[in-house]
Design a protein around this ligand. Structure first.
Ligand code: CMC
Length: 431
């Protein structure tokens, strides 16, 4: 049979046949619209709740093979980047598509560092506007949305020079605002950025500096945090990235889109899972209680947080790297009973048919919270840290979307299942 890159569809309602091109392993959903019962029909729609089988864009940023457990940024395996690169260099790679030269990296880092300062009014807004026990992610979402009002030039999304400045601002200010969400919850004074420090060192400085004249980050923590930012930097069209692209597609300023992406990340099924893992490990309490907990999960009473992934049907490659790093971090901190529980939980789950048959493996969130905890970062800040790393990916994806000629305002269709042409009944006649 002659090989053709097309799909032939027979509509059994009409007996008509259609030949649809296959490009890059996909058909264009719009091609289905030509399949009609009558000339004035709308045409066939594809129904895909939760986008289980829909590509909403072309992208050259991140490649995932979920079956094999492969993750690459711009064609570079995550394992290589984790070993040889750092967050600043990798964010340049994600955003610009190529690795920087030494001079370009210096300039890139300098530009981002220069934009770590935030307007004093944002500080006041964060300090005066939120309750002392407000969740840091709520503060972060609100403050990022507030940033858009400080930078009206960010509305010029079609101006490449304006976009470049907004990129520096987003990457620079996210660490300052993130650290302030923590200081606010502790009732502590806000610490200004120290631009002599590295990106992750500066973040630790703004989180933890007290009265010492110069904060010196613990080098193991600084490196671990930098690696965690790198590992979280992008993950193609996940829920929050889709929010960044979808909201950004209305041509709103990128700070508003960033706030929307951060809000999506806040959910317990997405970035909130790292916090939920620690809650779960604490609830289990000791290694001997694991079998009972597994029983509950298998009975559908709860989920094994930090396990499972929409795309990975194999070990999440990021989880492998983080697990290795957890051992390094715990070598310089107190040993953790929660780590022992996590290791045993993973061991038991990976031998259990329930998890194996559903291809449920540890994901990025399973071990990351344990490392944050060892670094004395409170649980409520875990998702904020995820947001810092992911900002690089959100920015890269936003830029790709904004300059993609095929992208228009995102506007899914629906299958209407409600009533039609109802008659209005006055309130006194309703019962
Ligand atoms: N524990 C127990 N059972 C699970 C779990 C889990 N963590 N995840 C999925 N399952 C079961 C699920 O009940 C279903 O079983 P059945 O076929 O009997 O109904 C089957 O596995 C397929 O799951 P699904 O819910 O259809 O899978 P999904 O692709 O819609 O969900 C997920 C993916 C990540 C939301 C889900 O695995 C989950 O809720 N995991 C726990 C939360 C978590 O760790 N999230 C972090 C994800 S990675 C980082 C990020 O995205 O931010």
């Amino acid at each position: 049979m002659e090989r053709k890159d097309t799909l032939t569809i027979t509509d059994n309602r009409t007996g008509k046949q259609y030949e649809i091109p296959i490009e890059k392993g996909a058909i264009r959903a719009k091609e289905l619209r030509q399949i009609k019962m009558h000339d004035d029909d709308f045409g066939l729609l594809s129904y895909d709740p939760a986008f289980m089988n829909t590509a909403a864009c072309e992208s050259a940023i991140t490649y995932i093979d979920g079956e094999k457990g492969i993750l690459q940024y711009r064609g570079y395996p995550i394992e290589v980047l984790a070993e040889k690169s750092n967050f600043m260099e990798t964010s340049y790679l994600l955003i610009n598509g190529v690795f920087p030269t030494e001079r370009q990296l210096k300039k890139w880092t300098q530009n981002i560092t220069l934009h770590t300062m935030i307007h004093e009014k944002i500080k006041k807004f964060m300090d005066g506007g939120f309750l002392y026990d407000a969740h840091p992610m709520g503060i972060l979402v609100g403050s990022l949305a507030g940033l858009s009002t400080f930078y009206p030039d960010a509305k010029k999304v079609d101006d490449p020079d304006s976009r470049t400045i907004q990129v520096y601002r987003m990457l620079g200010k996210i660490i300052t605002i993130s650290a302030y969400t923590y200081r606010h919850s502790k009732g502590l004074f806000f610490v200004y950025p120290d631009n002599d420090l590295s990106y992750s060192g500066n973040f630790l400085n703004m989180m933890f500096k007290m009265t010492e004249p110069k904060y010196k980050p613990n080098p193991v923590f600084e490196k671990a945090l930098d690696l965690l930012f790198l590992l979280h930097a992008d993950h193609e069209q996940n829920c929050s990235t889709s929010a960044m692209r979808g909201v950004g597609s209305s041509r709103v300023d990128p700070f508003s889109a960033l706030a929307a992406a951060t809000a999506a990340l806040y959910g317990p099924l997405h970035g909130g899972a790292n916090e939920a893992v620690i809650k779960m490990l604490k609830e289990i309490g000791s290694v001997d209680k694991i079998p009972d907990y597994i029983k509950k999960v298998k009975a559908g009473e709860s989920k094994l947080m930090g396990f499972g992934h929409r795309i990975y049907k194999n070990y999440d490659p990021r989880a492998k790297i983080i697990k290795k790093m957890a051992h390094q971090v715990f070598a310089v901190t107190k040993k953790s009973t929660l780590l022992d529980i996590a290791l045993e939980l993973e061991r038991i789950a990976l031998q259990d048919d329930y998890f194996m048959s559903r291809k449920l493996y540890p994901n990025v969130d399973f071990y990351s919270g344990l490392i944050y905890r060892a670094m004395k970062i409170p649980q409520s800040m875990f998702t904020v840290l995820f947001a810092i790393g992911r900002t690089a990916g959100w920015v890269a994806q936003w830029l790709e979307m904004i300059t993609d000629k095929e992208q228009k305002i995102a506007r899914p269709r629906q299958l209407y299942t409600g009533q039609l042409n109802q008659v209005y009944v006055p309130i006194e006649k309703r019962f």
